[in-house]
Structure formats: C-alpha cells, structure tokens
Design a protein around this ligand. Structure first.
Ligand SMILES: *Cc1c(COP(=O)(O)O)cnc(C)c1O
Length: 383
C-alpha cells in the first residue's frame, strides 16, 4: 500500500487536512478545570486530599481491585509493586525486551537485574511458551521452594510481563507458569487501563500491578500512577512505604523503615478523577477509530494489530506491522515529514547500553517486531 494513501486516510479520519497530527494527545472534555481549581481554592494541592481518595476508589471500581495506591508516576508504582512482592538486591526479574525503558529501570531501582524473554507476535507481549522454555532450561526450585536461576545462582524473584499498547498478553498462561515455579507475578499494566483479558481487567491476574497516568497514556493526571492488588498485606504495605513509612499519629514523627515520598498530589488526582469520569467515552471513541483503521488496512500488505479472541484492548496506540524494515523506515520518514506523527516500537532493552549484558533468550519475535512495528495517530477524535 502506498504511504501517500495511508497519510491521506489518517488526515481524513482526524479531519485535519494540513496541520500537525500528534500520536496521542490528551483529551480534556469534562470537569478537569473545575476539579483542579477546586484543589487550589481548598489549599489541598499536595499529598493528602479528597481527590486522592476518590481516585483510588474509582480505580478499584474500574479494575475490580480491592486496593489501589496512587503514586507520583507509573515508574514509582512499578518500583513499589516489585518491592511489595519481595524483589531485593542481587535478584532477577524476568521481563520482555520489547517494552518502554521504565519497565527495566524499575527492576534496577528495586536492586534487581532484568532477564529478557521473548514476546509473542500476536500479543506483542511476553510469550508463555518462551517463558516456559526459559524456565525449563534455566530454573530450579531449591530446598526451600525458592526459584533459582541455575546459570547465575541468583533468585528469580518476580516475573513482569507488560500489556503492550494496551493489548493484553496471555496472562492466565503466564500466571500458571509462575505459580508452578513459585515466582511472584507483577503486571506492568501502565498502558492498559480499560483493557480486559477473559472478562477481567489487566493487572488483576498478578499478585500486584501498576498503571500509568502520564500525559501520553489513555487518560492522564499530568504525571501519576497507581498500584493495584487484591492482597491486603501487599496493598497496606505499598501505601505505608509510599508515605515515608510514617506511623499514623496526631503529631509525632515516627517512621518504622526506609520509606518513599511517592504519593500522588491531590492536584494531580483532581485531574485524574475528571479524566476517569470520561473513560467510557474515551474508550468507545478509540475503539471506533481502531475499527476504521482495521477496515482500511484489510486486504493490504500491512497488518493492523487486532484484538484477540476473549480480550478487549483499550487501543491506546494503534499498531501496524510492515513486511520489512525498509518499508517501516520509509513510512516513518514520509509520515513524519508530512506532519503526521508516527513512531517505531521501542529499541529492544537488550540493545540499550545499561542492559546489553543481561541474560536473554534468542528474542526472535522481538527482533522481528522491532524491525516492522509502527504506531499511528490514536488520539480521541472530537467533533
Ligand atoms: C508509561 C509506562 C511506564 C511508566 O509510567 P510513567 O508514568 O511514565 O512513569 C512504565 N511501563 C510502561 C510499559 C509504560 O508505557
């Protein structure tokens, strides 16, 4: 398919004949200004306030989680989630190489070392088959039932799959494998608010999960994140450690471990609450756009990434797959030159200087996707 034809189609669906079309712009169509102003007028702009509580309640209602802990961003939410399941210094966390760098960074922030296992072509996320094969080859349970990587001697203390662009990974299969090997499961659901796998919200298959509310995500709090879990012990610990591990008291400053200042300010939570009110509309709008793209690319040489059976993706970023790297590069060049913002999928984590020596499998699918995948404009369409 000719690049010019694709660019014309994108301009047509966004009703933007000439100007710049971003990849994903935030959409503020409701009570955003009202709620943010409200925090200023009340003086409660910082880390305690009614909007923070409201935000956490809403997240529980949307995801079905029993506990939600609002944080300053998605990376800190991931950091807390990993620490909550016990990830510690010198241990290993299995993740996918095809992800945003924050996934791997959070592992290192927790003191651990990432291990990269391949993805599936159709989900763009961690492959249960590759995970099983990696563990069969490399893992063993020691006398205490702890999973050890035979080739390094280190404990494998978590598995961290990511739901790429809001497309759910085969999370039930991954959860079963983790259970067999006694590996805690943490979901990086940063991109997948509003995505469901077998009727359950993403993030609800693991022991604990993190969602991001950064400005480029489906809905935003400016900067923000949330930890979700059904486990009371993990949920309470995450909240405690995110608020400097302070023992509640009317005036005394007593802290019982090294905590973090990771709580989401009320100012940001106000924006988030207004955004969540519109989540059903935003998701519906984005799914309609995905349908238009899907029809357009049908029967062409470009593959539009579809929803798989028994999943409901949020279609955060619409995704196309070219036949080869040359076509991918040509399209990126021409679309961006023509002010239609498009982006390749991330450089694989194992190619970044700080992660180049991490253990990995052959990563065949990840390399294949890296050379072909492009995200196309996916904002909410207005008017
Ligand atoms: C956005 C994102 C994060 C981090 O979220 P921030 O809010 O930007 O810190 C983590 N993982 C993935 C996969 C993301 O896309």
């Amino acid at each position: 398919m000719e690049t010019g034809k694709i660019i014309s189609f994108i301009r047509e669906v966004f009703n933007e004949p000439e100007g710049f079309i971003p990849l994903h712009a935030p959409f503020f169509g409701g009570n955003e200004k009202k709620y943010v102003l409200d925090t200023i007028e009340s003086t409660y702009v910082s880390s305690v306030g009614a909007y923070v509580n409201k935000f956490e309640e809403e997240i529980c209602a949307i995801t079905g989680a029993k506990f939600a802990i609002a944080t300053v961003n998605g990376t800190t939410a991931l950091h807390l989630a990993l620490k909550a399941v016990g990830v510690s210094y010198g241990e290993e966390v299995i993740t996918q190489p095809l992800t945003f760098v924050a996934t791997a960074n959070a592992i290192v922030h927790a003191g651990a070392i990432p291990v990269f296992v391949d993805v599936d072509i159709d989900t763009l996320g961690l492959s249960p088959d590759a995970l099983q094969a990696f563990l069969q080859k490399n893992a063993t349970l020691n006398a205490d039932g702890v999973c050890i990587n035979k080739s390094t001697g280190r404990r494998i203390s978590a598995c961290l799959p990511m739901h790429t662009f809001g497309f759910p990974v085969r999370i039930a299969e991954i959860a079963a494998i983790c259970k067999e090997y006694h590996i805690p499961l943490v979901e990086d659901a940063a991109e997948s608010l509003g995505s469901y796998y077998h009727g359950k919200h993403t993030g609800m298959y693991g022991d604990i999960a993190a969602i991001s509310f950064n400005g480029n995500k489906t809905v935003t709090s400016g900067g923000g994140g949330v930890v979700i879990t059904n486990d009371e012990k993990l949920g309470k610990w995450a909240k405690h450690i995110s608020t400097t591990a302070k023992i509640p008291h009317q005036w005394e400053f007593m802290h019982d471990e090294v905590g973090y200042n990771y709580r989401m300010p009320n100012l940001n939570a106000a924006l988030a609450v207004a955004q969540l009110e519109q989540l059903p509309y935003i998701l519906e709008n984005k799914r309609q756009l995905a349908d238009l793209y899907s029809d357009f690319f049908e029967n062409s040489n470009i593959r539009f990434v579809q929803k798989r059976e028994d999943t409901i993706p949020n279609f955060w970023l619409n995704t196309i797959i070219f036949e080869d790297k040359q076509q991918q590069q040509q399209f990126l060049e021409m679309s961006n030159q023509n002010k239609v913002m498009t982006r390749p999928i991330w450089t694989l984590m194992n190619r970044l200087p700080m992660y180049k020596d991490c253990q990995r499998d052959e990563l065949r699918n990840a390399v294949w996707l890296e050379e072909r995948v492009v995200n196309i404009p996916s904002s909410v369409r207005v008017g």
